[in-house]
Ligand binder design. Structure first.
Ligand SMILES: Cc1ncc(COP(=O)(O)O)c(C=O)c1O
Length: 328
């Protein structure tokens, strides 16, 4: 378990393939290769169309006020929706979570479901890649700096769509390394808040170790990873932690339950101790961009056999089938 930022390196992250990467058009007309490992070397911002407060503008020209409460306080929420072949996957569930996040921070939903759908479709049409990741953010808006919530100001609504970077074939075939850390984040992990400093600090622990995610434990109990939910497989059953204030309810919580039902795989949500997590037969991450991803190394030890397991293989195949069916 990492307490502070480590200096040592874990297993190096497998290289993703170079040839089939989507490209990101830039405002100056040049094209940048994308890829998680390449984001760090990008020198100019993408110029694809984004949405800002009812207008569609190139991403590198969109501007918000320095007094926006998102900038000043991190006072806002967001959601991230995957797009396959230019269609939104499980959009209704993402919109329900967006509405829940807004209600939890006492903000009105600025759009109807249909308005959100039209907005997303316009961004999808403007993006060259077929598989995309839509990012939606709503902040409380612009006003003089004062912690208390202002009355009746207009929210800031921002949305963009980027190419979806799925795990590489090698990551799926070999699994990925994760490191563990204490969950030192706040007690409202259930809100998909843009205040993500805790998650940023947590993710950097694994980034510094050359690992893909940071699996977190609070008082010895599994919560989640910095930007993913975490699943165990024990005796052929998929086990996740209960939905609570400590974890974000990923859209894959219910999707994995449905896939397990289809596949005849047991599914249970219950507290998971650190010891149990380390003794799992298989360990999985889930998120909009990772889909389901096998973890084959946690800290300095292999997970189970050290190879992606049979339950992962079935869930991943079922996930790929589901992607063709739940689109709008
Ligand atoms: C902290 C955290 N937990 C879990 C998830 C997975 O959620 P979803 O499956 O909806 O992508 C995310 C996604 O970004 C996340 O940031």
């Amino acid at each position: 378990m990492r307490e502070a930022l480590p200096t040592g390196h874990m297993q190096a992250r497998p290289e993703s393939g170079m040839s089939d990467l989507p490209i990101w058009p830039c405002h100056n007309g040049s094209y940048l290769l994308t890829g998680l490992d390449r984001l760090a070397v990008m020198t100019s911002l993408p110029a694809t169309l984004c949405h800002l407060n009812g207008e569609y503008v190139p991403l590198d020209q969109a501007k918000v006020s320095v007094l926006d409460r998102g900038f000043i306080f991190g006072d806002g929420i967001y959601d991230v929706v995957p797009v396959y072949e230019r269609k939104l996957f499980r959009f209704a569930q993402h919109m329900q979570r967006l509405a829940r996040s807004l209600a939890k921070v006492r903000m009105a939903n600025p759009h109807t479901g249909d308005e959100w759908l039209q907005l997303c479709r316009r961004l999808i049409a403007a993006q060259p890649a077929d598989d995309q990741l839509i990012y939606i953010q709503v902040t409380r808006g612009v006003t003089v700096r004062n912690h208390a919530m202002p009355k009746a100001i207009a929210p800031t609504v921002f949305a963009m769509s980027n190419p979806l970077m799925l795990p590489s074939a090698r990551e799926l075939a070999e699994g990925v390394a994760c490191v563990s850390a204490q969950d030192f984040r706040w007690a409202r992990g259930d809100i998909k808040s843009i205040s993500l400093l805790g998650n940023v600090l947590a993710r950097q622990i694994s980034a510094d170790a050359g690992a893909v995610e940071t699996v977190m434990f609070r008082d010895g109990w599994l919560t989640e990873a910095s930007a993913s939910n975490v699943w165990l497989v024990r005796a052929g059953q998929v086990i996740g932690v209960p939905k609570s204030q400590w974890v974000l309810e990923g859209i894959r919580f219910d999707l994995l339950r449905e896939l397990c039902e289809q596949e005849g795989i047991g599914y249970d949500l219950r507290p998971v101790s650190q010891d149990e997590a380390r003794q799992a037969d298989e360990l999985l991450l889930s998120s909009a961009s990772k889909e389901v991803l096998p973890v084959t190394r946690l800290d300095d030890a292999p997970v189970g056999s050290g190879r992606p397991g049979p339950v992962f293989a079935r869930l991943h195949a079922a996930y790929q089938r589901a992607k063709a069916t739940q689109l709008v």
